[in-house]
Design a protein around this ligand. Structure first.
Ligand SMILES: Nc1nc2c(ncn2[C@@H]2O[C@H](COP(=O)(O)OP(=O)(O)OP(=O)(O)O)[C@@H](O)[C@H]2O)c(=O)[nH]1
Ligand SMILES: [Mg+2]
Length: 361
């Protein structure tokens, strides 16, 4: 999964990128010549930490998310091929919004995240509209040469997209059939990507509450309730300090601000929700590991995330919720308690399940 970090100039995109990819870093972010930074962040997961304590495996493997930090959004930038290309390839967007006060760092005007949301969304939509119009022209030409069902369906979808964009409705809000989704996927439209609005708020003595109330306070509740959108808040400054601390120090630091967890944990969790992803685990003495699959995946699909052979030769999955396994203390104990059970091909995997795949391969 790849997430693009976007926003207006000087709102804290690169700071967030650095915090995300340096905190518990597995692979360092690096610079490529196009100025987009790419880095991998490991997804913190307390459930996996606890499973690892139970099994003491040789290796613990967290899920990971790739982040792409691009230059600031603007009409000019969006005309650059390299900029567009690095943005189009991502699966989701984190839209960083300036909500901190600091006169030494310039901003387009007073602090107004909602105005900034609209401005950036507008630029994304203009870029999509240009592309839709170009493609429509092509399709219309082709239709004159010979009508096919496929071309007609594409034309209808493009016209619907155009109408939406013209009334300033991002494509992520359009309802689409599975077939239409397939058709439109190749365009990699920017305003179609799920977006997590992320307020970068200032430091305060009551940061816990300020973070919790930020979305409402900055009037993003409505924008965040639209289809394929969400909102959260972080304090870049505090997160940057946290990133350099060891666990005990960090815990103390967090509680001094009235915080239970790092905002990054919440941010990553929100991204999962937004993308409709869940985690399941495999656990054993060799390795405890988190895997990411779309919500609603059935057991064979989950097995396929581990290895395609496991999907093809899937027989059953021994299944238990992570906390039930911890409560039982061992698989044997869980089996006798009845919390460890055998599930078949139709089983829909839940977030937090621990699976042992039985296969015939
Ligand atoms: N006071 C304060 N300053 C911040 C915060 N986050 C970032 N900054 C400062 O804002 C400036 C811009 O931060 P960057 O992370 O480079 O912002 P950016 O969005 O990547 O900027 P561009 O890539 O130039 O568009 C830097 O001087 C940061 O130190 C914050 O939470 N509070
Ligand atoms: Mg930057």
């Amino acid at each position: 999964m790849k997430t693009g970090i976007i926003g207006l100039p000087q709102v804290g995109k690169t700071s967030l990128f650095k915090i995300l990819t340096k905190a518990k870093l597995e692979e360092r972010g690096y610079s490529n010549p196009r100025e987009a930074h790419i880095g991998v962040a490991r997804v913190p997961d307390e459930r996996l930490d606890k499973l690892s304590e139970l099994y003491s495996p040789k290796k613990t493997t967290y899920a990971s998310v790739e982040y792409v930090d691009v230059a600031a959004i603007g009409q000019e930038a969006l005309k650059e091929t390299a900029f567009l290309a690095s943005l189009r390839q991502v699966d989701a967007l984190i839209h960083v919004l300036r909500a901190f006060e600091d006169d030494s760092i310039p901003h387009v005007g007073a602090i107004d995240p909602l105005r900034d949301v609209k401005s950036v969304e507008f630029d994304l939509m203009i870029s999509d509209l240009t592309q839709v119009e170009k493609r429509l022209e092509r399709v219309e030409k082709d239709l004159k040469k010979g009508r096919t069902g496929e071309l007609e369906r594409e034309q209808a979808l493009l016209l619907r997209s155009k109408a939406a964009l013209e009334k300033e409705q991002p494509l992520r809000e359009l309802e689409m059939t599975t077939e239409e989704k397939k058709l439109i996927k190749g365009f990699m439209f920017l305003s179609q990507k799920p977006v997590l609005y992320t307020l970068n708020i200032g430091e305060s003595t009551n940061l816990g509450n300020d973070l919790d109330s930020a979305v409402e306070r900055f009037k993003l509740t409505e924008a965040a309730s639209r289809p394929n959108a969400g909102a959260t808040a972080i304090c870049g400054k505090v997160e940057a300090e946290l990133a350099d601390m060891d666990e005990d120090e960090a815990a103390e630091f967090l509680s001094s601000y009235g915080l239970r967890e790092s905002g990054l944990v919440r941010l990553i969790r929100k991204s999962y929700e937004l993308l409709g992803l869940i985690s399941f685990f495999t656990a054993g003495e060799d390795e405890c590991r988190a895997w990411t699959v779309p919500a609603g995946s059935k057991a064979p699909q989950a097995a396929g995330a581990i290895h395609s052979d496991l999907e093809h030769h899937f027989i059953r999955a021994e299944t238990i919720r992570w906390d039930n396994l911890l409560a039982a203390g061992s698989e044997a104990a869980a089996r006798s308690l009845g919390t460890l059970r055998l599930e078949g091909k139709e089983y829909v995997v839940h977030d937090g399940d621990v699976l042992h795949i039985r296969h015939s391969g």
